[in-house]
Design a protein around this ligand. Structure first.
Ligand SMILES: *[C@@H]1O[C@H](CO)[C@@H](O)[C@H](O)[C@H]1NC(C)=O
Ligand SMILES: *[C@@H]1O[C@H](CO)[C@@H](O)[C@H](O)[C@H]1NC(C)=O
Ligand SMILES: *[C@@H]1O[C@H](CO)[C@@H](O)[C@H](O)[C@H]1NC(C)=O
Ligand SMILES: *[C@@H]1O[C@H](CO)[C@@H](O)[C@H](O)[C@H]1NC(C)=O
Length: 364
């Protein structure tokens, strides 16, 4: 006699199917093997926590809407853009910060983001230590080496890395904590806004070429937001009729305008390169009240320490955080990050991304 009766086998099969279905619902496989994140405070998820710098926020009220209400070092009340993109890509866990990532967890990708960092090494120096984009690339070189050791097959690793998504968002601090801080930096006396955009793009191009040489193929380059509308910049320079500092937005637009040609250049000149440009200006444009935002002052009690613009520790933030654009004097709320991440992943307008969105990039 067979060890199991037929009905036993049938119910076992059903149980296995249900289990499999549940696993599928709980944890759909990620669309790509790994996700690497480069950037500044907009994506930092704790890399600055042990640095000597003013640009760290591992204290309440930061994280008030994060898992377990923990202040992880994210410059936000909840998730940042990279966290949300990671979820869209199907990852069950947050991408680990480089500062603490150990062992096989690096196979799913690493977040190198560091508050205060820039394309130029000196940017953000006024705040203290940070991992500049050059240092983030050096750290990535170490990760790539470690992945090679873990996988033990160079051609496999090369193929693996070519399938991953890389997002890069650098440049805000080259303006906020460099060009627009003339008492601490020479750049605004050395370069016109046009020349500065050119100088930044030239260095950025070299740096992104390093990322390509390290094996990155599917790279989303994020443009800069409307920095001239950040409360701290408005306090510092005074608002124009638009409610923002128009000259700052105009200077930043010169940088953004050069990113589409940069992406075109990479895609036509580097074999298998699939670079895309995320147009934050377009994503942020339009009437914010239509998206449910009605308050333009920061949600938390921002520091009076000029240039810092972060929340004062341990003071209660606003309660209806969904209607605020700004969390502190520089950084958007989770609600805004959610829109940015959602439209970067799935373009809501043809101008949100060029030549495709992150979802299409993942499938390429
Ligand atoms: C949240 O708290 C629970 C219970 O203490 C813990 O198991 C879990 O790991 C925490 N999650 C995070 C992301 O810290
Ligand atoms: C190394 O990886 C390549 C590409 O995935 C594969 O074809 C090859 O069989 C692997 N070599 C060994 C020794 O496992
Ligand atoms: C980005 O969006 C802005 C605002 O809609 C638009 O003026 C600009 O042409 C867009 N750039 C690209 C490369 O699509
Ligand atoms: C984020 O946006 C998506 C899509 O619009 C929405 O379904 C979701 O509820 C939002 N989540 C948060 C936390 O705002």
């Amino acid at each position: 006699m067979a060890p199991f009766s037929n009905s036993c086998i049938v119910s076992l099969v059903i149980i296995l199917m249900v289990l499999k279905l549940q696993m599928f619902i709980i944890r759909a496989a990620p669309q790509v093997p790994c996700y690497f994140i480069f950037g500044d405070s907009l994506v930092d998820n704790g890399n600055n926590n042990n640095l000597i710098t003013q640009a760290k926020v591992n204290y309440p009220p930061y994280g008030v809407d994060f898992v377990n209400q923990t202040a992880t070092g994210r410059f936000c009340n909840g998730e940042n853009t990279a966290d949300i993109i990671g979820r869209y890509l199907g990852f069950a866990n947050y991408t680990p910060p480089y500062a603490t990532a150990r062992g096989p967890e690096i196979l799913q990708g690493v977040n190198y983001g560091s508050g205060g960092s820039g394309i130029r090494d000196e940017s953000g120096q006024n705040l203290g230590d940070r991992f500049s984009f050059n240092e983030q690339l050096l750290n990535h070189g170490i990760t790539v080496f470690q992945i090679g050791v873990l996988q033990g097959n160079a051609s496999f690793t090369k193929e693996y890395l070519s399938k991953c998504i890389y997002t890069v968002g650098m440049g805000s601090n080259d303006y906020i904590n460099n060009y627009y801080m003339p008492q601490k930096y020479l750049t605004s006396r050395t370069y016109t806004p046009e020349q500065y955009a050119d100088v930044l793009i030239k260095q950025y191009t070299k740096q992104l070429r390093i990322l390509y040489n390290q094996g990155g193929r599917k790279v989303a380059v994020f443009g800069l937001g409307l920095i001239g509308c950040a409360p701290e910049i408005v306090i510092k320079f005074g608002a124009d009729a638009s409610g923002c500092v128009d000259s700052v937005n105009a200077a930043v637009a010169l940088f953004n305008d050069r990113l589409k040609p940069l992406v075109d250049d990479f895609n036509s000149n580097l074999p298998a390169a699939k670079f895309i440009y995320i147009n934050i200006t377009n994503i942020n444009s339009g009437d914010p009240t239509l998206a449910g935002f009605s308050v333009f002052t920061p949600c938390c009690i921002a520091s009076v320490d000029i240039g810092k613009g972060q929340c004062e520790p341990n003071l209660p933030p606003c309660t209806n955080r969904r209607v605020y654009i700004f969390w502190d004097n520089f950084h958007p709320t989770e609600a805004v990050n959610n829109i940015t991440a959602t439209r970067s992943y799935m373009a809501a307008s043809p101008m949100d991304s060029y030549p495709m969105d992150i979802r299409s990039l993942a499938q390429r």
